[in-house]
Design a protein around this ligand. Structure first.
Ligand code: GLU
Length: 474
């Protein structure tokens, strides 16, 4: 049955947290569905009962919602083609299994785990890839039935046709897999009665009327296997798109070594969902006009599935930080303060101090470190200290600042501002020779926010104390 509109799906397995790679797949599916005026189905592939956990399911749904991915049918909201959790679809799968069994497309395999292990070991020793040798294919239907009736344990395997299996991938073009490269007849139902991914996935994609399947390229060989199931079911396969892998900056597969890789971690680190959504969109896709910075709704308008890219996507941390910094700057002060307070809980830190750093944060978790330059600055780095010591002006500049500070009668933002203007105009030094010694002395860093505001927030006594101490060091 053909559907009048595009129906896409995102089908995570709740066997772990939501990772960058899967989140990117979800974002692409969201955008592609929207750009075609279609809808997105969220399906939980929880047939692996050992590894699937309700807490992961919760984390995945929360992560997707936070990110801004929207689905129109799913386990939480229902829909006309549910249920949307595979563990609740057993009767549907069993019905299809019976039909395939009748047709001879699947058969019982009585091989014991020890035999399969032995087979794998021997293949490994001969340098061959692991593959089932299809031994139980030749068991007659009568014998197969008799052994099952006698209570012998069995799995069900799909009979792979002896041919080259081909399909078109809209990102990669024509794909072809010889049946011999697919590891032999594969299991569709385990001996404990649970169904495997390749089987359940196809049944669901057919029953849920899925028109486009976009997933990671690690599923390419699965797609070849799945194509065979479509054929056996006489169902039309969807359009396939396999997004490229995500690599770290070192061009190795993205992993823990590269830092935060789950959405929950990125959220904790203070990345904003708007920035992360934008960033994920660019991992394997690019807009025709080259404009990379866009809101979610703008992306929905310009996204074009045909521009998905086959080259590996490289996770560019600098780009993410840049996008995030821009989005932090765009926040209203009210929203910024609300988020900032999750990172800085000390009541003694006022809103003015938090706002001082709004323009220069790459992510919100930097805030406690940055704020410390007001309350208890870190010691200056050796290099910065050495550089400042080298300049003959440094001591004069600091002594002049101290003199002006001591001479101030009032200490307000305005008087502090005026004092700095005069200090600048005095000609004692200019540019970094004027401000670096001062910044290093009072905040432990030569870089920082607006000097006037910073100085005012540090406070008169602290300024004096820090400059005096610093003069003893240089
Ligand atoms: N549950 C599979 C996964 O998380 C889904 C793959 C697919 O989209 O078909 O990798």
């Amino acid at each position: 049955m053909s559907t009048p509109y595009a129906r896409l799906r995102f089908a995570p397995s709740p066997t772990g947290p939501l990772h960058i790679g899967n989140a990117r797949t979800a974002v692409f599916n969201h955008l592609w569905a929207k750009s075609m005026g279609g809808l997105l189905v969220l399906r939980l592939e929880d047939t692996d009962t050992e590894r699937s956990k309700p807490e992961y399911e919760k984390e995945i749904l929360e992560g997707l919602t936070w990110l801004g991915v929207e689905w129109q049918e799913g386990p939480d909201i229902g829909g006309p083609r549910g249920p949307y959790r595979q563990s609740e679809r057993t009767a549907i799968y069993q019905h299809i299994i019976d039909k395939l069994m009748e047709k001879g497309a699947i058969y019982r395999c009585f091989c014991k785990p020890e035999r399969l292990e032995d087979l794998r070991r021997r293949q490994n020793e001969s340098g061959l890839p692991p593959a089932y040798d299809n031994r139980c294919r030749s068991i007659s239907p009568e014998e197969s039935q008799a052994r099952a009736d006698a209570g012998e344990s069995f799995t069900l395997r799909f009979r792979l046709p002896a041919k080259v299996i081909d399909f078109r991938d809209i990102i990669r073009g024509e794909m072809a897999f010889d049946h011999t490269s697919l590891g032999g007849d594969f299991i569709v139902r385990r001996s404990d009665g649970s169904f495997t991914y390749n089987f359940a996935c196809v049944v669901d994609d057919v029953k849920m009327g899925i028109t486009h399947v976009l997933r990671g390229e690690d599923h390419l060989t699965n797609t070849a296997r799945q194509i065979c199931i479509y054929e056996a079911l006489k169902a039309e396969p969807p359009i396939f798109a396999h997004a490229s892998l995500i690599m770290g900056g070192d061009h190795q597969k993205l992993s823990k070594r590269h830092g935060a890789t789950t959405i929950a971690e990125m959220r904790r680190d203070g990345y904003l969902p708007e920035a992360l959504f934008n960033f994920l969109t660019l991992l394997g896709w690019s807009p025709a006009d080259g404009i990379e910075e866009r809101s979610r709704t703008e992306m929905e308008k310009v996204f074009d599935g045909r521009r998905l890219n086959a080259a590996p996507a490289v996770f560019n941390q600098d780009k993410l930080d840049w996008l995030n910094a821009r989005r932090i700057r765009d926040l209203s002060d009210e929203r910024y303060l609300e988020l900032a307070r999750r990172y800085v809980t000390e009541k003694s830190v006022g809103n003015a101090a938090l706002l001082l750093f709004k323009e220069e944060l790459s992510c919100l978790s930097e805030l406690p470190g940055r704020i410390s330059m007001i309350s208890s600055p870190p010691p200056p780095s050796e290099e910065e200290l050495a550089e400042i010591k080298n300049w003959p002006e440094s001591r004069t500049v600091l002594k002049d600042f101290l003199r002006r500070l001591r001479a101030m009668s009032d200490f307000t933002p305005e008087t502090m501002g005026a004092m700095i203007d005069e200090f600048k105009a005095s000609g004692i030094a200019s540019g970094k020779k004027l401000f670096w010694p001062l910044r290093l002395a009072v905040s432990g860093s030569v870089k920082g926010p607006q000097i006037k505001d910073l100085l005012y927030l540090i406070g008169r006594d602290n300024l004096e104390k820090r400059v005096v101490e610093f003069l003893q060091k240089i």
